[in-house]
Design a binder for this molecule. Sequence first.
Ligand code: NAD
Length: 349
Amino acid sequence: MANLLVTGGAGFIGGNFVHYWSAHHPGDEITVLDALTYAGNRSTLAGATRADLVVGDIRDTELVERLLRERNITTIVHFAAESHVDRSITGPDAFIETNILGTNSLLKAARAVWLAGDGREHRFHHISTDEVFGSLEEDDPAFSETTPYAPNSPYAASKASSDHLVRAYHHTFGLEVTTSNCSNNYGPHQYPEKLIPLFLLKALSGKPLPIYGDGMNVRDWLHVEDHCRGIEACLERGKPGETYNIGGGAELPNLAVIEAICRQADRAFAEIDGLTDRYPQAPAAKGGKSESLKTFVTDRAGHDRRYAIDETKARSKLGYAPTRNFDEGLRQTLRWYLDNKHWWRPLLR
Ligand code: NAD
């Protein structure tokens, strides 16, 4: 039995992780620490009966220390972050505050309680991104754990800084840390500002689908459940001080992902009774095609061209391999959004 502190557990990946961990480790107690920013949602945790949500800020070092002591926490899984690149371009400060200062606050608390305190066995697992490595050309080899950091957006720079802090607390103070750098996640409970839910919900309401630049920016797509399995492997078999890349094995241009969303949305109208009444504005409800909504718009400032992830180390050292086929994972994800309007409807302004 273990006691976990999951930061950002009311967000997309953290929430999926809480459900995954509860199902696979039913004896464990989970404390979720989440500030419930615009991206956090209590209802994401519905049904997670072994998880207790504490609404609070990771920058509150005293609160974190108290939780670690009082709840005898031995594992921190750190998801909490400002996570949307576009928001980091319009307002970088929150990214510095949460991603850098917040991570430092957690590390300070962990050091105070775990190292200076009772010296208990512990693990601090930090969730990071492949965006810290910068951008690849078409023929470049995929990012490995030894690729030099070259973050290009304020978001990526703030995540890179937090990765360095985590590493430094291991080397300087001996904190037992692991870090995973993953690719673009998709799946249920993702806030509808990110590509897959954003484009599906726009298509359902017949709104233009705004594609940045030429749509040929390439990303690797990782189903969130595979990511949770990868994090579990890091916690169970990862070596303190090491970093691991976790990918989904599905490298695709954004345009291909958007076209797949359109095709699958149209197919859903043919397969599911009642969708036409629920989404009368969707092109498929009027005999048309969602692809007709595609609109090319000015590219994102500093838009990285390609990310690709080499997960050889996680495969060989942790036994991790992605299991989800992208088309099937996308189909299930879209079905989840179609079935759970009560979750996403309040989030649309
Ligand atoms: P998200 O934006 O959906 O959720 C972030 C959560 O953190 C929210 O619940 C929010 O309320 C909480 N939070 C924000 N600031 C906080 C603070 N100061 N104190 C406490 N809680 C706070 O993000 P996500 O997509 O689930 O990403 C989780 C982690 O994974 C992040 O660290 C992100 O950088 C990383 N990541 C995400 C992706 C992706 O594709 N989504 C890819 C690579 C890495």
